[in-house]
Design a binder for this molecule. Structure first.
Ligand SMILES: Cc1cc2nc3c(=O)[nH]c(=O)nc-3n(C[C@H](O)[C@H](O)[C@H](O)COP(=O)(O)O)c2cc1C
Length: 468
């Protein structure tokens, strides 16, 4: 099987992505035909436009779903050889022709019954998409029937490879997908197969693709629809290098795009100032709490959009360790607080989805229900079944110190005894005894409260109402 990507010029990616997304759950029977359909099946042809075939109702619906791209409204087009319901769109400067209920005139002069797309289509993988095409066998027969034998001849060298040249549907990171039937639709598959990407290819992200991804982030829900966030888009190698050094995570530099999602009360405050509106959001814990959520939700929408466009992403939380430096480097005004960095790019290697706690452990029916101890341990053991950590004297020493400072002697003794009895360091001891140090984490609270104030957030200080 040939699993390489079809050779399609990059400029077709965005229109195809838009078409595939709009049509995927529409119930329309459609397929790509013509040169693009051939190219998607591995034939090296020049592609000028996108031809879509469907039935009559499909053409009407397609035109509705893609209405903002309309160039020529649907009409009944009859030529010597073909008749169809015909419309023209233009998406990202690419012409898209819709042909509904296409009928061909046979050599005897009669019109053939309209094509039933479902009988002749195949699905091919292209980047993150599963696209329907009309099979080469069908196209070959159709051209012969219309007497356009020169076109039919062009296809002949490729018919013997027929199915073999078909690229199978791929997952959003380019790996072969063997689980098409598991998910009801493409969106569910994307969500269920998502994973953080830390291995980025050097392929640049086209500006229009990036803009679309960022725009998807903008459409996130936000409290009161206030959108209290800003995104600092970083593509310069110098700043990416700086971020990688600060975070001590080298792959950040390899990602072509770094996005720093920040809470932004500054923009709202300016708006209020300009329009004489009262404004205390920067003094209010409520506003801070909601703005933090808004910012993260926008970031996650952005990550999902990136996945949907064939890219991958990873969050980097360690930017919180050098917020004052970020403020200076990125020229953040008061009221703009960096929350999280998201690295974006095309995958070099497909990330493998990690095990998660199951729905039964996380979801409670109507009210909170404690899992019993065995069920709770079973849930975590299942999640971390492939993870245990070797005992070393240094690790034992660190864990003992952490336990002692966090919870005292008795607990430290119990923890060390637990490790020795098990003969291994279990994941929870590893997480909080060696990685996220339980003795140190809470000690930084005053530091972070001060940083928030330095950034222009004052909910921790008493707010003095003005006398009147
Ligand atoms: C708020 C947040 C901060 C994160 N910070 C980092 C980080 O600094 N470095 C990193 O490699 N991954 C980071 N991650 C990614 C997590 O490690 C990752 O989501 C987790 O291990 C689960 O793996 P998955 O995303 O592949 O499901 C972060 C994720 C979140 C949500």
């Amino acid at each position: 099987m040939n699993t390489s990507e079809p050779q399609i010029p990059e400029r077709f990616f965005l229109p195809l992505q838009i078409i595939a997304e709009r049509l995927q759950d529409s119930g329309i029977d459609w397929a790509i035909t013509g040169s693009l359909g051939w190219a998607l099946q591995g034939i090296p042809v020049e592609i000028h436009d996108i031809d879509l075939q469907t039935d009559e109702a499909g053409a009407v619906r397609m035109e509705e779903l893609l209405s903002e791209f309309s160039r020529q409204k649907l009409y009944r087009r009859i030529s010597e050889r073909l008749q169809s319901h015909f419309a023209v769109l233009e998406i990202s400067r690419i012409t898209v022709e819709i042909m509904g209920a296409l009928q061909k005139r046979l050599e005897n002069g009669q019109w053939e019954p309209a094509v039933d797309i479902r009988l002749h289509r195949r699905w091919v993988g292209y980047h993150n998409m599963r696209l329907p095409v009309l099979s080469l066998e069908y196209e070959h027969r159709a051209y012969n029937q219309m007497g356009r034998t020169e076109k039919a001849h062009l296809l002949e060298p490729y018919l013997h490879i027929g199915k073999n040249t078909m690229t199978e549907p791929k997952d959003h990171h380019g790996a072969e997908d063997t689980s098409q039937e598991q998910y009801p639709n493409e969106t569910m598959r994307l969500l269920m197969q998502r994973a953080s990407l830390r291995s980025f290819s050097s392929k640049p992200v086209p500006a229009d693709v990036l803009r679309l991804i960022l725009d998807a982030g903008n459409h996130a829900a936000s409290g009161g629809n206030l959108q209290p966030w800003s995104v600092i888009k970083i593509q310069s190698p110098e700043t990416r290098h700086w971020l990688a050094e600060c975070c001590q995570q080298g792959f950040i530099e390899a990602a072509p795009v770094s996005l720093i999602f920040c809470i932004d009360f500054h923009r709202l405050k300016r708006w209020a100032d300009l329009e004489t509106g009262p404004f205390t959001a920067d003094h209010s814990f409520r506003h801070f709490w909601i703005a933090f959520q808004d910012t993260i939700i926008a970031a996650q929408n952005t990550c999902t959009a990136a996945d949907a466009m064939g890219l991958g992403s990873v969050y980097i939380g360690t930017i919180m360790e050098f917020m004052p430096d970020l403020q200076e480097k990125l020229k953040l005004p008061q009221g703009v607080i960096p929350v999280v960095l998201v690295c974006l790019g095309y995958p070099k290697n497909a990330p493998v989805p990690r095990k998660k706690l199951g729905v039964d452990a996380l979801v409670h029916e109507e009210t909170y229900h404690e899992l019993d101890d065995d069920a709770l341990l079973a849930a975590f053991n299942e999640k971390y079944s492939d993870r245990s950590f070797q005992i070393t004297p240094e690790r034992l020493e660190t864990i003992e110190k952490v336990c002692l400072e966090a919870h005292g002697h008795e607990f430290a003794d119990r923890c060390i005894a637990h490790i020795k009895e098990a003969g291994t360091i279990n994941p929870v001891i590893h997480y909080f005894g060696l990685h996220y140090l339980a003795n140190e984490m809470p000690m930084d609270n005053p530091k972070f409260l001060q940083i928030l104030q330095d950034c222009g957030i004052y909910w921790m200080k008493e707010f003095q109402k003005k006398d009147h």
